[in-house]
Design a protein around this ligand. Structure first.
Ligand code: ADP
Ligand code: NI
Length: 211
């Protein structure tokens, strides 16, 4: 394996060694594998995809006190590893996260964004949502807390919500936002699965099972 890729993997592994909010190392590991799989189908540059996937969350603002601290650290890291196109990679990384509200310009960035979004869908997406809600002290569900239609970045991060509301506030909208054909196909399958889960959840909540 390429040494830069190997070092990026070591960095991400140690960075996320003790996360219990849905961003453990295996999240990065799956984003990398899913992005490489999509990248093969879409004939993209697999080296760029792998590096961006490995570093996309190491750079995320939510893990740092100062704004842009993560991006700056990743930029220095890329330079010190002699990655000439470091600025291009930083541009991709800074526009991947949901809260950035952006779409990366390059095919490789779009693919990693798709892989990261797929992580919020399907069985894994359901599991991560409840992990996140638990870690932030939110309820599993509370019918008295309304679903929010439009949110600012800080409302998304800090406002009151529930795990179930999160499906309506974000997750069920993701399918429409996929960048690539392969990403969209995978998202559709995972979206169906989540809808089945929500249906069952509400039936059980309303004591309707078997009727
Ligand atoms: P990212 O943008 O890197 O996917 P987030 O920190 O927004 O990361 O989310 C991590 C995981 O937690 C995702 O699966 C996401 O859908 C879920 N999540 C984010 N916000 C909430 C929330 N308010 N309630 C429940 N789950 C959430
Ligand atoms: Ni991520």
């Amino acid at each position: 394996m390429d040494r830069t890729i190997q070092n990026a993997e070591s960095w991400a592994r140690s960075f996320f060694s003790d996360d219990a909010t849905g961003h453990d190392w295996f999240h990065t590991h799956r984003v990398r594998n899913t992005a490489l799989m999509i990248g093969e189908k879409e004939r993209a540059d697999l080296y760029v995809i792998e590096l961006v996937a490995l570093l996309h969350d190491v750079a995320d603002d939510k893990f740092y006190k100062q704004e842009n601290q993560g991006l700056n650290e990743v930029a220095s890291w890329l330079k010190s590893h002699g990655v000439e196109e470091w600025q291009k990679l930083i541009d991709m990384i800074s526009s991947i996260g949901f809260s950035s509200g952006k779409t990366p310009d390059t095919l490789e960035g779009k693919i990693v964004q798709d892989a990261d979004r797929l992580e919020a869908l399907g069985a894994i997406g359901i599991a991560r949502t409840f992990m996140y809600a638990g870690a932030h002290g939110d309820a599993m569900y509370n019918p008295d807390i309304p679903v929010r239609e439009n949110m600012t970045k800080s409302e998304y991060r800090k406002g009151q919500s529930t795990a179930i509301n999160h499906f309506y506030e974000k997750l069920l909208k993701l399918k429409e936002k996929m960048n690539t054909k392969t990403g969209r196909l995978l998202a559709e399958e995972r979206d169906e699965y989540m809808k089945g889960f929500l249906d069952q959840f509400h039936r059980e909540w309303d004591s309707k099972i078997g009727s």
